[in-house]
Ligand binder design. Structure first.
Ligand code: SAH
Length: 232
């Protein structure tokens, strides 16, 4: 599974993708994450070369119709996405590639595990482009031109689409075979409960004893499964 993230802040992803299961998944080539900074595609009057040689590329502009905050301009974002699509097409080889373009928005379709599973199922997507907006969002024409799917990760407003991109990658990656040490760890493949216990059997805290539920120590698999079902 190939992820391409269109973001002004690619470094934000380093620590999360650099540790634990996702770092291993990347190392073992189960998933691949590529970053494209749309600022690179800013041109014309928004690209300035200063006397000291520094280059500044402004990507945000005032919204039409007024209102607070700035909006990311469409053109650099479209060009960034096009650069990814060009790469995917030219590397097509024998495998059938299927690309999806997702733009994040708090008012989009709600993301969940069912959606993540649909993306990775056999015959599903091989390449997913995630557009992480900032400021007040991105010029809406991006969605019309690129035919994006608008996705929300929940009913709250964040400062940018970087966390949503990380959440989607995390959730989708654990649906990819070989990413979790034990594929059956995915909760939908086993009887899991939100209540789990490990060693030691008794914890003493402020004079009170906290024990592991007896049934879990019983060795009776049927009883244990029933208990887990009830705790779901
Ligand atoms: N004014 C916009 C909010 C912009 S928030 C509106 O009312 O829709 C800035 C960016 O953060 C968005 O472009 C999006 O990429 C991201 N974002 C914020 N909250 C989000 C959420 N709940 N789900 C997905 N993306 C979100």
């Amino acid at each position: 599974m190939n992820f391409y993230i269109i973001t002004l802040f690619p470094e934000m992803f380093d620590s999360y993708l650099g540790e634990s299961i996702l770092a291993r998944a990347i190392k073992e080539k189960k998933i691949k994450v590529t970053f494209v900074n749309p600022r690179k595609f800013v041109s014309g009057k928004y690209k300035k070369v200063w006397p000291d040689g520094n280059i500044s590329q402004q990507i945000d502009e005032r919204p039409y119709g007024g209102g607070p905050g700035m909006v990311m301009m469409a053109e650099p974002v479209i060009k960034a996405v096009e650069s990814v699509i060009k790469k995917v097409v030219s590397s097509k080889k024998k495998v059938v590639r299927k690309t999806k373009i997702i733009n994040f928005s708090p008012s989009g379709k709600k993301f969940d595990t069912t959606y993540a599973k649909k993306l990775v199922r056999p015959g599903g997507y091989t390449d997913i482009i995630l557009i992480s907006g900032r400021y007040e969002g991105i010029d809406a024409r991006v969605d019309k031109i690129l035919k994006t799917e608008k996705i929300s990760i929940g009913d709250y407003v964040l400062t940018g689409g970087e966390l949503p991109a990380m959440i989607m990658i995390d959730c989708i990656a654990r649906q990819v075979k070989g990413v979790l040490g034990n594929f059956d760890s995915r909760e939908e493949e086993r009887i899991s409960s939100s209540e789990t216990y490990t060693r030691p059997e008794i914890i003493e805290y402020k004079g009170k004893k906290y024990k592991v539920p007896k049934v879990l120590l019983s060795g009776n698999h049927k009883d244990i499964e029933n208990w887990k079902q009830n705790k779901k």
